[in-house]
Write a protein that binds this ligand. Sequence first.
Ligand SMILES: C[S@@+](CC[C@H](N)C(=O)[O-])C[C@H]1O[C@@H](n2cnc3c(N)ncnc32)[C@H](O)[C@@H]1O
Length: 284
Amino acid sequence: MLASDQPENERIISTQNIEIELLIEAIYQRYGYDFRSYNKAHVKRRILHRVSSLGLNSVSELQHKILHEDDFFDVILKDLSINVTEMYRDPSFYAVMRKEVFPLLKTYPYIKVWHAGCATGEEVYSFAIMLKEEGLLDRAQVYATDFNPLVLEIAKKGIYPVSRIKEYTANYQLAEGHYSFSDYYVARYDSVIFNQDLKKNIVFAEHNLVTDSVFAEVNLIICRNVLIYFNRELQNKVIRLFTESLIKGGYLGLGSKENLMFTDVYEQYTVIDAKEKIYKKKVL
Ligand SMILES: C[S@@+](CC[C@H](N)C(=O)[O-])C[C@H]1O[C@@H](n2cnc3c(N)ncnc32)[C@H](O)[C@@H]1O
């Protein structure tokens, strides 16, 4: 069918799709961030939202702004990277980790843990508290990575709004925390600052799961609510990267809507908890 035979609204949509493809390519070439294999619906939604909130007439106008205003790229990176997180998100995931995974981690003299896509760090501090309670924190090296440097700055500080503490305390208890959650932070005005000792073995670093290679050889990888933004092919690629990074007998924890089932390394894992998406790399 010729473009001129298309109904007007279809033509607008397909033109828009072309502009979005070009924008994603432009971001890759100009800034090195590769969103080409992200879930298309997600990328489109976020871009169109930005076009409309700025009152622009087209995606091409947004592209011009991104290419010519370096500072503006931070806004787009934030739009495309969805940094929503919380402490002890899905508390039952943490409770199962503590019960099923930590006893085995305790058998190693030294462990390495990788939080991939850690956002502003709430997940990392949640784990650090749990490692401490299980006597593992002093012999753990924790890597907390994300591709967005702005969220890593917040993660490094470990300062969060006091307004969320009630919810986090409830999550901590549901995650079977052993003590009083308030033992782990100091409140200052409208913020809480997590205890410095929690982060003494944590390295916060930029790492892009799409373009960077294996990060380290680790005993446990936590990558929750990141793969949902990737298409099937990219999910496969990233899970292969995790498989290379894990020691034999190492563990992988994914988000509640993610799983290994459709990846080509599925057979290299045993399922520790199907609901909580916790897997163990086979020894053989
Ligand atoms: C929704 S947050 C998840 C945070 C935390 N893991 C949780 O479950 O609460 C997704 C995070 O993945 C990060 N991310 C997205 N694409 C990434 C990539 N290619 N490499 C590394 N991090 C990425 C985003 O910057 C964001 O901080």
